[in-house]
Design a protein around this ligand. Structure first.
Ligand SMILES: [Zn+2]
Length: 218
């Protein structure tokens, strides 16, 4: 029952990512964790053809398919490995969104140029070194870049957002794209001022408790 509900939410979010302009009809993939399995979008199915039944359930540990008739996304491995490395994550979204991907092609970090960067962690958004998609090497590169963060860039490829829920991962993917856009505009016009480390740490703590103690958000 829980699996069907999650498949429905994943399917709706997969379509929303396309509608928000973060993915093209066949790019990007999405997953959610339930216990010791993950449910992930299928390989090569266009957004116009996606249905909840087409999502696949894969065991975390050995990657065995336990439910579903289609092939999991060709990028299933880093979804699987993120759940394995960081157990707090319940959802993973991968996009080839335009501005985040443009930044990833420059192979640079997204620095602390805007206070909202702190919603992802206290430091800059890192860019995972380039490795071929679907490989264990890419998983290791992602592990190093996304540790203690909610998002990372993938060099010459795209971006990843995680969350403790599917909606949180979605919000993080959308915000990363917006911040990447603002950063690219900023560096085209001049040299953005960066916020100090201490301020980013304080902001991170504020965001961690935001909504839990009636703090107001700017
Ligand atoms: Zn990709």
């Amino acid at each position: 029952m829980e699996g069907n509900l999650i498949k429905n939410i994943l399917c709706k979010t997969f379509v929303k990512l396309y509608q928000a302009g973060l993915n093209t009809p066949k790019s990007g993939n999405i997953s959610a964790r339930i216990g010791n399995t993950m449910i992930i979008s299928p390989s090569g199915v266009a957004v116009s053809d996606i249905t909840p039944e087409k999502f696949i359930e894969v065991k975390i540990g050995d990657g065995e398919i336990v439910n579903g008739t289609l092939t999991p996304s060709s990028e299933w491995r880093f979804h699987h490995d993120i759940y394995n490395y960081f157990t707090e994550n319940k959802a993973v979204i991968h996009t080839h969104s335009t501005y985040a991907t443009a930044l990833s092609c420059l192979n640079i970090e997204l620095p602390s140029f805007h206070y909202m960067i702190a919603t992802f962690g206290s430091g800059p958004v890192k860019c995972a070194r380039y490795e071929t998609f679907g490989t264990p090497e890419l998983s290791l590169s992602v592990r190093d870049a996304i540790k203690d963060r909610k998002v990372c860039l993938l060099a010459n490829h795209g971006a990843i957002a995680v969350g403790e829920s599917i909606s949180e991962a979605y919000d993080n993917a959308v915000l990363l794209e917006e911040l990447a856009k603002i950063y690219l505009i900023s560096i085209s016009a001049g040299k953005p001022t960066l916020l100090p480390k201490e301020e980013m740490l304080e902001l991170k703590n504020k965001f961690t408790t935001y909504g839990k103690n009636n703090d107001s958000k700017a």
